[in-house]
Write a protein that binds this ligand. Structure first.
Ligand code: ADP
Ligand code: MG
Length: 693
């Protein structure tokens, strides 16, 4: 149950003065439906209205608050003229100007002979001191309400500052006194204000420094948010650990057979990852482990060896890929190894025929199929396992958290291994998953050569085509990725088709085209022709981004590289350099290049290290965009900025860890306070895992 004291903050925003149904909708769009959402909507700027000169002292361009006596109204005779009102103090004359001003309204607002306090930007127009559309006009007794520093909030169309400021002011008045949830010693060391004081300060900046993320009030609020999210993740994890797990131990017999069939040695990070996963699986608790490794680092093999451990123990394993293409590819990669190990492997996708599908489902249900590779078809209701011990999910950020959970709930106590080819920067990892166990593949398999990456202006595309003609003659395999014009598949497709025609004219019979609209079978046929060398050039939209594995491909050409994100460029480049031959990546760009695009291309030239690239990407883009916040299950941060508050994130992680160690059910006084914090940040899901909650 949510503490009573929080109730006023969980009212609809329309409960605030001045926010009716119409503005309510706008506020909801801007910040959220509830009063508490408005609290997190911090100002991004301020306007200092404390400057109160006489009319004679007022300087053009300044924001000033003037106290004047209202004089004559000059009502315009036609719509083109502005409405003017003369005012004055002892030192001079001020002209207030309104475009499209309504006489009745303005006469009431500014009655001739009365004194008014007006605030706005000073202009000097034809020698006259003027103010166009003052921001504030109030009677003298309300002068103090104007003569201050005003917070400036982000808006949405149809919503203006004044009602929003008023609503937020009213929301702040509803703030309850809550018991302190932060660690007392830490709070003292940071010299942070209380939560209530921090909110009040954050909404009432008086100088520019007050708007900075490092300002104590903002830092405290950011920490609160980070702590709530770290604690929530930690509680859920703690809860899952206490659920019945299973100990899955293999005898190494199948792994040994599969490894013996490999023409190469495992890299040392592959060996380490295999050992870490096996140790986790052997523990009686549930495993939740992330296998992170750059494209081509050999994750699939690690996953297979883990799955064989499950099979050795007499149970089953499943691998779920985000696309059909990838599922088929994993299946094809794993097939010879599974055969070598003598394990029954099946593929399950949405495209299977009825008969085949039934056979697969039966085999999974009776346990005769030991490993299954598939798409999200795996999590459908009709899929039952005899005894699923390990679920491997590839490219996790493409799945919702929900789907991931769905696969692991297919059987009791399933161990979960999540593989990602997108190196996730540490800060993001921590924010999204807290203390998740991670295995990293940091080396490329032996014998791989660095990729020669070059940037070339698009005007020289003719030279590029001539340059590859020699390679085509030598039988090289070349990817040609077409520009990402916009988020519209149709436009992107038109481009790919055009490029395909041009290249086909130059290299007849040697060029293939793949894109997302092609039927699976057609696409596979083209891919296969490319893989076995019947085609030399594969023109593609970004469908080849993930997972496509043709080790013989040595050239990657990306048109309009400036339009791609860093992570995407890195993924695409990772399609080459997978064999022992030297590979090239040509990034064709249109001039002029913007600053960010320039930085991205420079980083691409400089490094192939996916983790470094991911960090740079985070720096260039900001956290939310990097993974696609919602899909990734990454919490939406309102107050914390993962770039600016990285240290606070670590501190919050440590703090959450301590809390879980000492007071896992949040029963101490601090625990009680932390429950309120979780509710404040809407982590009710975490509170529900508490036994006494
Ligand atoms: P990822 O899934 O991490 O992108 P893959 O598992 O698809 O990488 O491996 C890429 C290629 O490298 C595959 O062809 C695979 O057979 C090969 N490979 C994997 N491990 C090694 C290794 N230790 N030495 C040489 N080649 C390897
Ligand atoms: Mg792979």
């Amino acid at each position: 149950m949510r503490p009573q004291s929080l109730t006023p903050l969980f009212a609809q925003v329309t409960a605030l003065p001045g926010i009716g149904p119409r503005l309510g909708k706008l506020v909801e769009k801007l910040a959220g439906p509830l009063v508490v959402d408005l609290l997190w909507h911090l100002p991004f700027a301020l306007i200092d209205r404390r400057n109160a000169p006489t009319v004679a002292e007022a300087k053009a361009g300044d924001v000033a608050t003037l106290t004047v006596t209202i004089g004559e109204h000059l009502v315009p005779r036609n719509g083109r003229q502005p409405y003017r009102i003369w005012c004055s103090d002892q030192t001079g004359r001020l002209c207030l100007t309104y475009f499209n001003g309504r006489e009745d309204y303005l006469k009431k607002l500014l009655p001739p002979g009365d004194i008014r306090v007006v605030s706005g930007k000073i202009e000097i127009y034809q020698g006259e001191v003027q103010m166009t559309h003052p921001d504030h006009v109030v009677p003298l007794d309300q002068r103090d309400s104007v003569l201050r520093v005003e917070p400036v909030y982000g808006l949405t169309a149809g919503l203006t500052q004044r009602p929003l400021q008023k609503a937020i002011g009213a929301a702040l008045e509803r703030l309850p006194d809550l018991p302190e949830w932060q660690n007392a010693a830490y709070l003292a060391r940071q010299r942070w204000p209380s939560w209530k004081a921090a909110l009040a300060q954050a909404h009432a900046p008086t100088e520019e420094v007050d708007l900075e993320p490092r300002h104590p009030a903002r830092a405290r609020l950011a920490f609160d948010e980070l702590l709530a999210s770290q604690l929530a993740v930690a509680l859920v994890r703690h809860h899952n650990r206490t659920l019945a797990g299973r100990s899955t131990k293999g005898d190494g017999r199948l792994q040994a057979r599969a490894r013996a069939s490999l023409p190469f040695e495992l890299t040392s990070s592959q060996k380490a990852a295999v050992a870490e996963i096996a140790a986790d699986m052997a523990k009686p608790e549930r495993m939740v482990r992330l296998l992170q490794g750059d494209v081509g680092s050999g994750k699939t093999l690690v996953a297979l060896l883990a799955m064989l451990t499950a099979v050795e123990s007499g149970a089953q394993a499943a691998l779920m890929a985000p696309t059909e293409l990838l599922a088929r590819q994993h299946h094809a990669t794993i097939m010879p190894l599974a055969e070598a190990a003598g394990v029954k492997l099946a593929l399950l996708t949405g495209r299977d025929g009825q008969r085949q599908k039934k056979a697969t489902l039966d085999g999974l249900a009776d346990g005769s199929i030991q490993i299954v590779v598939g798409t999200h078809a795996l999590v459908q209701e009709d899929v039952e396992f005899a005894d699923l011990a390990l679920a491997v999910v590839d490219e996790q950020h493409r799945f919702g958290v929900h789907q991931r959970m769905a696969l692991s709930s297919k059987s009791h106590a399933v161990d979960l291994l999540v593989m990602t080819a997108t190196p996730i920067p540490r800060t993001l990892m921590l924010a999204a998953y807290g203390d998740l166990d991670v295995s990293k593949l940091t080396e490329k398999p032996a014998g791989r050569q660095p990729i020669d990456t070059r940037t070339i202006p698009l005007e020289r595309i003719g030279e590029v085509v001539e340059g590859i003609s020699r390679r085509v003659a030598d039988g090289a395999r070349i990817y040609w990725v077409c520009p990402l014009i916009e988020e519209s598949e149709e436009v992107d497709l038109a481009n790919a088709e055009e490029r395909y025609r041009l290249l086909q004219a130059r290299f007849p019979g040697k060029v293939g085209l793949v894109h997302g609209r092609l039927k699976g079978a057609e696409r596979e046929a083209t891919m296969a022709a490319f893989a076995d060398g019947r085609l030399s050039i594969l023109v593609a939209t970004t469908v080849i981004e993930v997972g496509v594995d043709v080790p013989a491909a040595t050239v990657m050409i990306i048109e309009h590289a400036e339009r791609f994100g860093l992570a995407q460029l890195h993924q695409l480049r990772g399609r080459v350099g997978r064999g022992s031959a030297k590979s090239t990546c040509l990034l064709l760009y249109a001039q002029p290049l913007g600053e960010t695009a320039k930085a991205r291309l420079a980083i691409m030239r400089e490094t192939e290290d996916g983790f470094r690239i991911a960090e740079e990407d985070l720096r260039l883009r900001g956290a939310g965009e990097l993974l696609g916040t919602r899909q990734s299950g990454l919490p939406d941060m309102r107050l914390a900025d993962l770039a600016a508050h990285a240290e606070l994130l670590e501190a919050a992680r440590d703090d959450a860890r301590l809390v879980i160690e000492r007071d896992p059910d949040l029963n101490t006084p601090r625990g009680e306070a932390l429950r309120a914090l979780l509710y404040l940040f809407r982590r009710d899901d975490a509170v529900r895992t508490l036994r006494a909650g």
